[in-house]
Design a protein around this ligand. Sequence first.
Ligand SMILES: [Zn+2]
Length: 218
Amino acid sequence: MCNKVWALGVSGTKAAGTGGAPKLEQAGFMTIPSSLTVSRRGLLGAFAAVTVAAAPTYSNAFGLLRGAGDVRRIKMYSGRTGESMDTIYWVEGEYIPEVLKEINHFMRDWRTNEVKSMDARTVDIMAAAHSLMDVSEPYMLLSGYRCPKTNAMLRGKSSGVARNSLHLKGQAADLRLKSRSVGQMARAAEACAAGGVGRYSRSDFVHMDCGPVRHWGG
Ligand SMILES: [Zn+2]
């Protein structure tokens, strides 16, 4: 099981990854590489952590990464806005509200600048998949939240855009990595067994959401 998931990033095996969450608590599976730099802002956010009384959501995505050190980080940039972030957003069982707000702003509808609270489970899936791929490159975020107007506009252009897209609820993200294929990214996300995964090979991105576990595309 462990080898299967390890293989996601390196050998391109065609592991389906849909058979439930693999158990990866083995010691040493996941540590935060010291070579990764954490932004000063991210660290300040972490150490200034104001606790959230009740975590807004529960995610099983990080069940994969237990033993990883008790932090979760997200690293992404947007080709649309030119913004980037590399930050720890969860420390020892608590989401960091200020950082979640930054993530909401980062993942806003870039066409209209509307901001919506992103579902933290989606961020967890993104971060867990990123860790599984053992990649230092940040995600390129193509689409996070979409307001109804934007979604309707996109639906008019493409048959691949759903009327009730989870992007409208702040529960989905379309992501690209230069150093990983759509298949490798999708398998990493599917290994989380925590939501939907869509492969868009021709457009070179993967959709991840925290809705029901399902997958589509090729
Ligand atoms: Zn999408």
